[in-house]
Design a protein around this ligand. Structure first.
Ligand code: MD3
Ligand code: FE
Length: 218
């Protein structure tokens, strides 16, 4: 393990730790429900398959994405936004599976965010080498609502810094079943994911899947 890897407790039973102002790491909270989450993802993918979006600058993202729920996050030459329809099909995004919503609401409540009602679920797929460069999530209407993230499959090194790009970055290993609730002051922190290291995971094969739950509209 790298010396500067911020890895509070990485083993054992489910645990809960505050890792930054308003950010709560719920290790393994989703572990027992991972098979159900992955099964419920399949009909979402049948309706709204993985795709590599293009940034406004014209770069193809290495992470493949899709969405479930009333609003979906998209990027194209015109910019980043949430919209109610899938640009590939023109149809509404597939419904958010009940298992997804229940886990997200439960995780948010565990972290002190009662009444969290996600209206968007962005699903990210990382193949070996895929990465997410440092960014802020600022396309949502209310930064008072947290973002809940659920990691499935291969582990990843998650990077998070301060609210300004120049601030130092911490590295956090996120493994299968780990959930993080990002709220409070950390909601607008710069964050990203280091290139995925190749491997094989029993649940997902050679990939990592990340579910994020957001409140995009007021
Ligand atoms: C910290 N996804 O989709 S989820 C994204 O693992 C995104 O796929 C990463 O960043 C992934 O936008 C990280 C965790 C996450 C999401 C939003 C945050 C962490 C955050 C907002 C503020 C601070
Ligand atoms: Fe993000």
């Amino acid at each position: 393990m790298t010396a500067d890897l911020f890895d509070p407790i990485d083993d054992g039973p489910p645990s809960q730790q505050v890792i930054a102002d308003g950010a709560v790491l719920l290790r393994r909270l989703a572990l027992s429900r991972a098979p159900e989450l992955l099964a419920d993802l399949q009909p979402v993918l049948a309706a709204a398959p993985w795709r590599h979006l293009v940034t406004p600058g014209g770069q193809r993202m290495s992470v493949a994405m899709t969405n479930s729920g009333p609003l979906g996050w998209v990027s194209d030459r015109r910019g980043y936004r949430y919209q109610a329809t899938d640009p590939l099909s023109g149809a509404p995004w597939p419904a958010m599976p009940r298992s997804f919503r229940e886990l997200a609401v439960h995780a948010a409540a565990c972290a002190g965010f009662d009444g969290f009602e996600p209206d968007a679920n962005l699903v990210n797929l990382y193949a070996p080498g895929a990465r997410l460069s440092l960014h802020q999530d600022r396309d949502e209407a209310d930064y008072g609502a947290p973002i809940v993230s659920v990691s499935l499959g291969l582990p990843a090194v998650f990077l998070f810094g301060g609210t300004q790009r120049q601030q130092p970055v911490k590295r956090l290993r996120l493994a299968h079943g780990d959930v993080v609730v990002w709220g409070g002051a950390t909601r607008l922190a710069f964050h990203g994911v280091a290139p995925l290291v190749d491997g094989e995971h029993p649940a997902t094969g050679r990939s990592r899947i990340n579910l994020t739950f957001r409140r995009a509209a007021l």
